[in-house]
Write a protein that binds this ligand. Structure first.
Ligand code: 6PG
Length: 470
């Protein structure tokens, strides 16, 4: 019977949970995995209602109603191209392939163009929320043609996270736009996480707060303007103990991994001439953390100041300053991410709606935060907003909170505690609000050694000076 609504290939945890989510909402789902993995074995042994496992790709495809919708939940990169090649002989004109992995958006654009020539529809879909989100409701960012999106929109709307009944899925734009937006989501995820990690470091090392105290602080902050998924899980992580009563956080190796999406965001910032220093610095912070062996050597060779703890009478103010600095850092990181999407939207003619993007980030995804309501409101008033920091609500916060950021960065620096993303946030903020920067000297140097020319502030035109002429 060819009447199943959608097929999912890739029965890893994400694929399986997404398939279960779709089946739970009443759709018939065919599933296939290249190998007969553990999950497939379980699916055959203990069938799940409306979920149909297949061992042959031909039978899997034939089980789908036309036009067939086949969703790939597999590792990004070459495996996606290989699988598309495998699928092609079984598909007919008008069928739809959906890539639900964390694919690089330029690959998605290439695949979209390639498949269009073969009359196969293609959607590159960003999905955020981890394994739990996939099962209970992710945030979904589909990119491709609107016609292709409409084929699966009812399913996506049903399975997506809901923010006060509003579905966290919106058509993003053509070709690679969905994966691009997911990539920037991840870039913001990196800086959000790094800012929280630096906060943890300051509270632990400068204020001397223990894990339970730290957990309480994050749980308390989560009741206010910082309210977000990442603050919430940090509160839970810090108080978690193992079977021996040890705090797990104290036993985790301080070497952070990554799968590359933050790096792609940073690279895109460079490609599109858009300063994403906060996101980029958070990627470098992960890289540096992974140089554990070097850091151990450096700690015995390279010196720094003694840490002097914050005095009891200053603790309360310092903790308050950290909270404000963290919120300011978060705002600037989102502002950089949205500026990058704005530049990409113009570059690729995606016509992105930033208000809608902020809305679908409000539930299901990893960077979900109360702050996104204000971001969405700011862009719904003006999608062409030059910068999020210019919206009155954010302007007022940054104008008041930058004093706190200065205070904590200067105390961290004088104590030799590394706060790369807080520092990057402050440097960006100060550089951004500076009318007369030092770039005049850069231009003079370029002209001196390379005749690269410069503009003058008092006359129009292009100038070159013979700098050696006395
Ligand atoms: C999400 C996440 C997810 C990502 C992990 C790991 O939105 O659900 O962004 O897609 O894979 O966060 O990313 P790193 O391994 O690069 O930290």
């Amino acid at each position: 019977m060819s009447n199943h609504d959608i097929g999912i290939i890739g029965m890893g945890v994400m694929g399986k949970n997404l398939a279960c989510n779709i089946a739970n909402t009443g759709y018939k789902v065919s599933v296939f995995n290249r190998s007969h993995n553990q999950i497939m074995k379980i699916l055959f042994k203990k069938p799940i209602e409306r979920l149909f496992p297949y061992l042959s790709i031909k039978k899997f495809i034939n089980s789908l109603r036309k036009p067939r919708c086949v969703m790939l939940m597999i590792q990004s990169g070459i495996p996606v191209d290989e699988l598309i090649q495998t699928l092609l002989p079984y598909l007919c004109s008008g069928d739809l392939i959906i890539d639900g992995g964390n694919s690089f958006y330029e690959d998605t654009i290439k695949r979209f163009n390639f498949l269009q020539k073969k009359s196969i529809q293609f959607l590159g879909v960003g999905i955020s929320g981890g394994s739990e989100g996939a099962l209970k409701g992710p945030s979904i960012m589909p990119g491709g043609t609107i016609e292709a999106y409409e084929l699966v929109a009812p399913i996506f709307k049903n399975i997506s996270a809901k923010y006060h009944k509003e579905e966290c899925v919106e058509y993003i734009g053509s070709d690679g736009s969905g994966h691009y937006v997911k990539m920037v989501h991840n870039g913001i995820e990196y800086s959000d996480m790094q800012l929280i990690a630096e906060t943890y470091s300051l509270l632990k090392n400068l204020v001397g707060i223990d894990n339970i105290g730290l957990s309480d602080i994050f749980k308390n902050w989560n009741k206010g303007e910082l309210c977000s998924y990442l603050i919430e899980i940090t509160g839970n992580i810090l108080c978690k103990q193992d079977e021996d009563g040890n705090f797990i956080i104290d036993y985790i190796l301080d070497s952070a991994s990554n799968k590359g999406t933050g790096m792609w965001t940073a690279k895109s910032g460079l490609d599109l001439y858009t300063p994403c220093s906060v996101i980029t610095e958070s990627v470098f912070a992960r890289y540096l953390s992974s140089y554990k062996a070097n850091r151990m050597i450096a700690s015995t060779i390279l010196s720094g100041p003694q840490i002097s703890k914050i005095s009891d009478c200053d603790k309360e103010k310092f903790i308050k300053d950290i909270r404000k600095a963290l919120f300011l850092g978060k705002i600037i990181s989102y502002a950089q991410g949205f500026s990058l999407m704005k530049r990409a939207s113009a570059r690729y003619s995606w016509n992105l709606s930033f208000s809608k993007i902020a809305k679908i980030f409000r539930a299901g995804c990893i960077i979900r935060a109360n702050l996104l309501n204000d971001i969405s409101a700011a862009y719904s008033e003006n999608n062409d907003l030059i910068d999020l920091l210019f919206a009155p609500i954010f302007r007022d916060i940054v104008n008041s909170y930058h004093f706190s950021l200065r205070n904590i960065v200067s105390i961290a620096v004088s104590n030799g505690i590394s706060v790369p993303v807080f520092s990057a946030t402050l440097s960006y903020y100060d550089a951004y609000r500076t009318v007369n920067s030092s770039a005049n000297l850069i231009q003079a140097q370029r002209d001196y050694f390379g005749s690269h020319t410069y503009h003058r502030i008092d006359r129009s035109g292009i100038f070159h000076t013979d700098w050696l002429d006395k």
